[in-house]
Design a protein around this ligand. Sequence first.
Ligand SMILES: Cc1cc2nc3c(=O)[nH]c(=O)nc-3n(C[C@H](O)[C@H](O)[C@H](O)COP(=O)(O)OP(=O)(O)OC[C@H]3O[C@@H](n4cnc5c(N)ncnc54)[C@H](O)[C@@H]3O)c2cc1C
Length: 422
Amino acid sequence: MVQGDGVSGRRGAAREIVVAGGGLPGLALALALRQALGEAVRVTVCDPAFARTDAGRDLRAYAVAAAARRMLARLGVWDAVAGSAQPITEMVITDSRLADPVRPTFLTFAGEVAEGEPFAHMVEGDGLLAALRDAAEAAGVVLEGRPVTAAVPETGAMSVRLPDGRRIRADLVVAADGARSRLREAAGIGWVGWSYPQAGIVATVAHERDHEGRAIEHFLPSGPFAVLPLPPGGPLGHRSSIVWTERQDEVAALLGGGPDEALVEVERRFGLSLGRIALESPLKAYPLAFGIARRFGAKRLLLLGDAAHVIHPIAGQGLNLGLRSAAALAEALTDTMRLGLDPGGPEALETYERSRRFDTLAMGAATDGLNRLFSTDALPVRLARDLGLGLVDRLPGLKRMFIREAAGLRGRQPRLMRGEAL
Ligand SMILES: Cc1cc2nc3c(=O)[nH]c(=O)nc-3n(C[C@H](O)[C@H](O)[C@H](O)COP(=O)(O)OP(=O)(O)OC[C@H]3O[C@@H](n4cnc5c(N)ncnc54)[C@H](O)[C@@H]3O)c2cc1C
């Protein structure tokens, strides 16, 4: 509640939850809580990005895994993006040097997890964000276009401060304010992690030939170069999103030239298999890091998405992990509040921490290991990994396991990711 209006989040009255950060995990949590609990919970999402009108702010397109798609369908937002989502029908992995004339395929996955259900879809970030934002607003979530400047503990509540001097008294604050979370830092929650000496360069590439839903990951010595299929369109009829991992010290030179130089560099890595190419967007570089919070929360403050855990994009799983955390947190909070307990108390935090700690650590370690294994040119390592890829390619059972992992369907799913109501 905004201070002074006389309503408080005590027993019997609506509980008040403030989410700081309206990225995809923050919005998904807010929407899930309102859908499950209706007027029993008031949810405000604060993010300065809501006040910005610059379209195309997120150039990224995401590989949304089947489990995350089931969650979005349950929340009623999948239909809004389904028409512009591209199913990934196959995943191809190559391992070569930049100058090699051919890129032999070492591993392929053809991927449905159920009849007619691909293991992942490519979805453009802006469209998904807009769909979640509209659904959240329609469900009664209050969207506040300002950042949270501080969350200060008070007796029995948190006082959330906004830059214009307003305060919101909340039972619980969820910090979904990204990898460099100010709220996490202010709460003194430790962070274990490191930056990679690499950046992730993203862009949309137009090309002449149809990708037929195929995603390609070229493992090059500086890191993976992923070509991810997007729906048809663009100046050449077909489009893909690239995620290009490059050594940090090379990035300034690669991005500093004009569009022609950038295109030449992309062409060297993209290859010729999809015909002539053109850049449909500028190249944008993101710093890459691994990190995990020592705790996923403290009294009346829980961490969500990249504020809780950041992983290398090598397997396209960071957002999927964030949505999984949003599903688990929505479940923990809903169960807690249905029992009449305080959402800012220890029960929700313990349940959330227990359900997410191992999964996030395991995914973080796997992506870190993959990046180390594949971002090297050492001959013995290359031979060993190519042998490993070749072996996996001949073992259908193992391949099925990897597909289910990539689809987010291994292990215990939170209810929303099983497509069930909270
Ligand atoms: C190159 C690259 C490619 C990727 N590709 C994939 C992929 O294919 N699939 C996948 O699953 N993941 C992918 N990821 C990971 C994914 O982008 C992140 O995990 C995801 O965006 C995290 O969302 P978030 O909302 O937690 O954080 P962010 O996206 O960083 O959003 C944080 C939000 O908080 C807001 N904010 C910041 N401070 C405050 C404040 N004080 N008060 C209020 N609001 C605040 C910001 O404005 C922002 O909107 C990729 C990452 C990179 C770098």
